[in-house]
Design a protein around this ligand. Sequence first.
Ligand SMILES: C[S@@+](CC[C@H](N)C(=O)[O-])C[C@H]1O[C@@H](n2cnc3c(N)ncnc32)[C@H](O)[C@@H]1O
Length: 344
Amino acid sequence: MDSTTGTALTASATDVKRLSNAFCHAKLLLTAGELGLFEDLEQHGPSTQEELSARVGLHARAARDFLHGLVLLGLLDLEGDRYRNSRAASATLVPGAPDYIGGFLHRANHMLYPAWAKLTDAVTSGRPQTAGAKDAGAFLRMLGDPAQRGQYLQMMDSANGLVAPHLAEAYDWRQVGDVLDVGGCRGNLVSQLLLRFPGLKASVYDLAPLAGAFAEHTERLGVADRATFHAGDFFAETPLPVTADVVVMGHVLHNWSPEQRAYLVKKAYAAVRPGGALLIYDAVLPEEPADLARTLVSLNMLLVTEGGSEYTAAECGRWLSEAGCQDVSTRPLGPTDTLIIGRR
Ligand SMILES: C[S@@+](CC[C@H](N)C(=O)[O-])C[C@H]1O[C@@H](n2cnc3c(N)ncnc32)[C@H](O)[C@@H]1O
C-alpha cells in the first residue's frame, strides 16, 4: 500500500489482514527505541543476540523474533550472528545523528500509541483521549518538569528541524531584516535560519518556562547575539509585544479550534510590518482524501488536543482575509508540510 495516499490496497484478504496488524510494525520500532537498542548498538558495534540481550534486557523467549522483526523492517542488519544498526537506523535513531527523530519516537510511544487505542471513543465523542489534553494546566506543568520538557523540546526540534531547510529555500530571506516566530519553542527553527543568513535577526514569542531553554539552545548553536526571546501567552496579550518583517507561525494553529486559529492568525498578521509577510506552516490538508499521512496527523490532533486538527489552505486563506490580508499564496514545504504566505 502507498503510505501517503493509502489507495493501492487490493481486495485480497491478506492485504486487509496485514493492514489490520500494521500497528505491530510501529510497536516493534517504538519498543526498540524505548529499550535504547539503537543507541546501544551504535556504541558497542556489531553484537550477537546474547550480548545485545544482556545489555538492553531482552528475555530469551523474545529476543530472536524481536530482533528478526527489526531486521525485516530494515532497522537492523544481520551479518553472520551479529546485529548492527541499518543505515536508516544510524541516521535517524541514534542521539546526535544528523536526522535524529528520537523526540517523535518518544511521543509516538508514550502519547499517541495509548491514545490511538481509544480511537473509537474519540471518533464517536469528538473528545481527546489523553489526560493532558483534558487538563488546561498540564502543558505548563509538563514544561516545568526538566525531564519532560527535555523530551518535548527534542520532539519540537525534530519536527521543525525537518522543515527548516525547506523554509530557508521557500522565502527570500536575504531581503528580510528580522523574523518573529510565534510559538517558536526554544528557537530551533529561527536558529537554523540565522545560521544560513548572517544578516538576519530573530525573535521568538512563547511561554515563559521556555526562556531558559531558548537561551541555552541559541547559545549552543552560536546565534544568541542575534536572537531574542519574548515571554507571553498568545491568548492573553493583545497585541503581540513585538513586530517583524516576517512573522512565522508553524505547527501552532493545528493545536487549536477554528475560532482560536482565526484569532491567532489575526494577531500574528498584525505583528507583520507593512511590506512583510506572515508565513504559516502545518500539514495542510488537501480538499479531497488524497494524503493519508496528513489525515493521520490530523487525527492525532483530535486525540491529543481539545479542538485541534489540520485544516485546508482555503480555510487558512479565510482567516488571513478576515485579518485583512489580500495577497495569499500557498506552496509545498518539504514532504510533510505546506507553507501559506500572507503578504502585508
Ligand atoms: C507544536 S509547538 C510548535 C513549535 C514550533 N513552532 C515548530 O514548528 O515546531 C507549539 C508551540 O506553541 C507554544 N504555545 C502553546 N501555547 C501557547 C500560548 N498560549 N502562548 C504562547 N505560546 C504557546 C508551545 O510552547 C510550543 O512551543
